[in-house]
Design a protein around this ligand. Structure first.
Ligand code: ARG
Length: 569
């Protein structure tokens, strides 16, 4: 019997008993909703609180619980008892364990998949760093959160389309060109594109206060770029290409791929359609020379066109939304972007709604919290910068040192160190609710004990290693099972994995999976510490199946987060 079926059986037994005592007071669904999963195993696997009925029938809950028990058909359960105002149901553990383990092992990595998405396309706007600037920790968050959501949705049979909406257009390119022409060198850009370009840009800003003519020149260059001037276009393309190369290195390390790199510039020739449409629908207003869409008292107006005719971030996002709707006919469009852009996405949705597109309701801003350092916002100017590349590098380095110390003969040490070091960074980012802010501490990220990715990875590898040993040592075959407390705990969690994935998908919340993986790893380690696995008794097969199913689920949980699970470490 599976866990969901078991719950249904409990409900049916209660409902049948109730036809005797209190007919038509609680519907089947109501009984189902009232059923609880007790925190403490001694309270059974499901508990029915009698408070609601007690109120309806004007009797003490204890009494009601006892009356139900007296009427209850108990054959489907190992035990049913009244404890205070609760009726506690104990399942036949052996039966649930046998079906659950068989199901997990038969399904393998597919365990937990469902068909709910019906292949519908979900567009995920994620990562989206800005050209000629280093990828920030915020972009890292967007990248790993978006990537995990894509994996979770794939598991639920949706088709995600991962789009990197590169920040590759805007007046900053004029400044960059001026700076490059004045102080730049081709070799530097080739060798270290992001840092060089960043350096030029910073230098421009150091000087433009005292030399306002620099700004005029920058405007000039941006205009050239907009008009398709050859040199300007050449430079823009080159900066973009070199930046993208540097970003790709990070994506390769993280193991993240995209379906599209259509950035802001892609929409240049699609902007006039937007302004025309807004005009046609009578939504554009002129305010201080600029064109805006008024969004009522609750939102600031959307600034569509500046007085000099330049379009804005939101204009590009309007064009992008329309393009994506036409191209992918998305069921949902997710934007994985920091909470600080909430107003922007509310405006985007509101303008599209005003334009009469009912698919605007399928737009979701998947916001996430800020990463701070020492409680303060990260800032290049204030010197509070954390470079993603450094973090990844340090973490991999530490993983390498740990492996050298603990398992020096491990084959393919470097690959494993990479999986562990990078996994630590990703897991650290995903284990908290995405909307929480958190303070960045490198020591926290590269900590491998406690609630970390490497802890889950170690647990998985440890179970794998026992299974490897078993394959060479034991041949006993048997089917007898008696399920103890700590293994029962594991079985129930395994059975719950599909439900956990569904929940993570619905909430667009990878932390649901991360927390689950931590719980399962902890339960497994508890079991492992208190039992002898490789003893040739009649329970051996059961224990090995339990280990096998646990490795399958831990590995798949990590996979859904975008974290690898090495077999040995
Ligand atoms: N490039 C922007 C930034 O770094 C993020 C873009 C998010 N996506 C979007 N469609 N607006 O802030």
């Amino acid at each position: 019997m599976k866990l969901e079926e078991a719950k249904r059986t409990v409900q049916e037994a209660i409902s049948t008993a109730l036809t005797e005592i209190a007919p038509q007071v609680l519907t089947a669904q109501k009984v189902m909703n009232l059923l609880e999963v007790p925190k403490n195993d001694r309270m059974g696997d499901f508990a029915f609180p009698a408070f609601q009925l007690a109120k309806n029938l004007h009797q003490a809950p204890q009494q009601i619980a006892q009356q139900i028990l007296d009427q209850l058909d108990q054959t489907a359960f190992a035990k049913v008892q009244v404890q205070g105002p609760y009726l506690n149901f104990f399942l036949h553990r052996e039966e649930v364990a046998a079906t659950t383990l068989a199901e997990v092992i038969a399904a393998g990595a597919d365990f937990g998949s469902s068909a709910q998405g019906q292949q519908k396309q979900v567009v995920i706007d994620m990562s989206s760093p800005n050209i000629a600037k280093p990828m920030s920790m915020g972009h890292l968050r967007s990248t790993v959160i978006g990537n995990s959501i894509a994996k979770i949705l794939t598991k639920l049979d949706y088709q995600p389309v991962k789009i990197n909406h590169l920040g590759d257009w805007g007046t900053q390119f004029g400044k960059l060109m001026v700076a490059y022409k004045k102080w730049g060198s081709e070799e530097d850009v080739k060798r270290d594109p992001i840092n060089s370009l960043q350096k030029y840009y910073v230098k421009f800003h150091q000087l433009d206060q005292e030399h306002p003519e620099l700004d005029d020149e920058a405007r000039e260059w941006f205009k050239k770029l907009e008009n398709g001037d050859q040199e300007a276009t050449y430079l823009w393309r080159w900066f973009r290409k070199e930046s993208l190369k540097a970003f790709t290195k990070v994506y390769d390390q993280l193991g993240v791929t995209f379906d599209s790199f259509k950035g802001e510039a892609f929409y240049n020739d699609k902007m006039s359609e937007i302004t025309d449409l807004l005009e046609e629908k009578g939504l554009l207003q002129t305010s201080k020379g600029a064109e805006i869409v008024d969004l009522g008292p609750d939102l600031p107006p959307a600034l569509i066109k500046k007085s000099d005719g330049a379009t804005l971030y939101i204009t590009r996002d309007l064009a992008a939304a329309l393009y994506r709707q036409r191209t992918y006919h998305f069921a949902k469009a997710l934007y994985v972007v920091g909470s600080e852009q909430s107003v922007h996405f509310e405006q985007l949705k509101a303008v599209l709604q005003k334009m009469g597109y009912d698919w605007a309701q399928d737009i979701e801003h998947i916001r996430f919290g800020l990463i701070t350092s020492g409680g303060k916002k990260l800032s290049t100017r204030a010197g509070r910068v954390i470079l993603l590349e450094d973090v990844l590098h340090d973490s991999v380095q530490l993983a390498q040192a740990q492996i050298d110390a603990k398992n020096p003969t491990l084959p393919d040490k470097e690959t494993v160190a990479h999986a562990v070091g990078v996994g630590a960074v990703i897991f650290h980012d995903l284990k908290n609710n995405r909307t929480d802010n958190f303070d960045f501490q490198l020591e926290e990220v590269v900590r491998f004990e406690g609630e970390t990715g490497p802890y889950v990875q170690y647990t998985h590898a440890r179970a794998q290693s026992v299974l490897r040993k078993a394959a060479t040592q034991v041949q006993e075959q048997s089917t007898i099972i008696t399920v103890g407390e700590s293994d029962w705990n594991i079985v129930k969690q395994l059975a719950n994995f599909p439900e956990v994935i569904t929940q993570a998908g619905a909430q667009r919340e990878p932390s649901v999976i991360a927390k689950y993986a931590l719980r399962l790893a902890k339960s497994f380690n508890h079991y492992y510490a208190h039992s002898k696995i490789l003893v040739a008794d009649e329970q051996l097969d059961y224990r090995l199946n339990l280990l096998k199913a646990t490795t399958i689920v831990l590995k798949e949980a990590l996979n859904l987060l975008g974290v690898q699970a090495p077999d040995e470490m």
